[in-house]
Design a protein around this ligand. Structure first.
Ligand code: ATP
Ligand code: MG
Length: 460
């Protein structure tokens, strides 16, 4: 699977892809798109803008996805009209954004985003010295309006730079995007290293689209990633939170995870989990993969998924090592687990700004793991009434599926939920004194020399 994703082809056209100034025009009949497939609101906006004398096209994800037979998430319009000119044409239009103005045109709950053509500054010596990163972590080069050609060149991947005119039903292709769609390849427009340096998040977008579309990443596009991966540390944590959700809630999280690890992009996103992956590879890999496979399945089935459960799973394997380090400094086991959880989340939030509405349930899911083994008296029934019980129980099953030894605790809880009251009382009685242990994540058995490494680390 991975091999297939990273297969590479020789570029179809000799010479730099990004210098193309006249587009390849693909007429209706030479491609599979039809106007009727697109949102009628978006098509209406394009017609209206063209009638007012502006250039206007459907662009980006919606053209790419329709060519691949995928239902687009949203429909974006690109135009030569400025935001003010767009607003003047539509009563239901609102300008949003300060630095990069966009127009949102509202049709009830449906919103169509209209963006004015933008350009990259030409890169001069002076630019490269004075360019700075804005609040989203991008280099400030694409904040000026431009021509259609320039708008195509500043986009990230060739497959995202296709413009569809629903009036003439023609596609304009400035970057050989149609070729790359046919060959199922993710290819950056322009020089890959430079494009990643401008905006390191493009490395994550390459992985996201490869996983979502089941495409390979073209050789030159994949080549610089491992070397540049650490640039993700410069990206604001709020933007990385958004990107991480897109990566793991796309319905293709399991393969996305494999690619992130392989391309060394997982480390800058989840440093502690990445350490756990080295320290305890089989367990960590199994637990995270299993959580992501479950997430993908739930999305396929249209069931809700909570980012809290996802982050709880991504971080859980990093807990034992931390708790152990605190213990080796003299902290008793239970406070050590609590403190480790607190530190781990605080550190993770430096990289990825997980909002409080998710960090609180992460802690609750973890705390539940310490409580699930204690079932005597009324405790089991109290736990069942806890609003986090379901997530806590699912998390226990996840830990077991990754090989954690819990002495059949998951099965016990499965049975308990199925029982009537008197059967439940019997189950509690049968427990006798067996419900004491099992606090927090267990330290897995480790080989002697790994143990030594962990102890050394704790002594530092
Ligand atoms: P989807 O919405 O299905 O995830 P999309 O291609 O529509 O995919 P968006 O993030 O909505 O992706 O961006 C819309 C378009 O804007 C892209 O198709 C691409 O042309 C351009 N774009 C987005 N982010 C970047 C970026 N970081 N660098 C360059 N171009 C970008
Ligand atoms: Mg989109």
């Amino acid at each position: 699977m991975l091999k297939k994703l990273f297969q590479s082809f020789r570029p179809p056209v000799r010479g730099p892809h990004h210098k193309r100034t006249t587009p390849e025009v693909i007429n209706s009949g030479q491609h599979s798109l039809q106007r009727g497939q697109f949102s009628r609101h978006a098509v209406g906006i394009v017609e209206r803008l063209q009638n007012a004398g502006y250039q206007a096209y459907l662009v980006g994800g919606c053209v790419r996805d329709q060519l691949l037979g995928i239902t687009p998430k949203d429909f974006d319009v690109a135009t030569s009209a400025t935001p003010e000119q767009v607003r003047a044409e539509f009563r239901n239009a609102r300008i949003i954004g300060r630095r990069f103005k966009l127009v949102h045109i509202h049709f009830g709950r449906d919103i169509i985003e209209v963006a004015t053509f933008r350009a990259n500054h030409s890169e001069t010596e002076e630019d490269s010295h004075t360019s700075s990163r804005n609040e989203s972590g991008r280099i400030l080069r694409d904040n000026v309006y431009g021509t259609l050609e320039e708008d195509a060149q500043r986009r990230d991947f060739t497959i995202n730079a296709l413009y569809y005119d629903p009036v003439s039903e023609r596609i304009l292709d400035y970057a050989n995007g149609v070729h790359d769609i046919r060959n199922r390849l993710i290819r950056l427009i322009g020089d890959p290293t430079q494009r990643y340096q401008e905006d390191p998040v493009r490395m994550l977008r390459a992985v996201r689209f490869a996983a979502k579309l089941n495409f390979g990443i073209e050789k030159h596009t994949v080549q610089p990633i491992r070397e540049l991966a650490s640039m993700l540390r410069e990206i604001p944590s709020a933007r990385l939170f958004e990107e991480t959700l897109k990566l793991f809630l796309s319905g293709h999280a399991a393969i996305t995870f494999e690619m992130l690890v392989d391309l060394q992009l997982f480390e800058p996103l989840f440093p502690a989990s990445s350490e756990a992956l080295e320290d305890n590879p089989t367990y960590t890999h199994t637990l995270i993969s299993q959580a992501l496979i479950n997430t993908d399945l739930r999305i396929k089935q249209g069931k809700p998924v909570t980012p809290a459960f996802l982050f709880a799973a991504l971080l859980w394997p990093a807990l034992p090592l931390r708790a152990l380090r605190l213990q080796s400094r003299g902290m008793p086991p239970i406070p050590a687990v609590q403190e480790a959880a607190h530190e781990l989340i605080a550190e993770q939030c430096q990289r990825i700004a997980i909002p409080k509405r998710f960090t609180i349930p992460i802690r609750e899911i973890w705390d539940m793991q310490e409580r699930l083994p204690r079932r005597s008296g009324k405790r089991a029934d109290q736990l069942l009434d806890n609003p986090r019980f379901r997530a806590g129980y699912d998390f226990l099953l996840l830990r077991e599926s990754a090989g954690e030894e819990t002495e059949g605790l998951g099965q016990w809880w499965t049975d308990y939920q199925d029982c009537n009251d008197s059967q439940r009382r019997d189950m509690i009685r049968e427990l006798g004194g067996r419900d004491e242990g099992g606090a927090g994540p267990r330290k897995r058995k480790r080989s002697p020399n790994k143990r030594k490494r962990a102890d050394n680390a704790a002594d530092e």
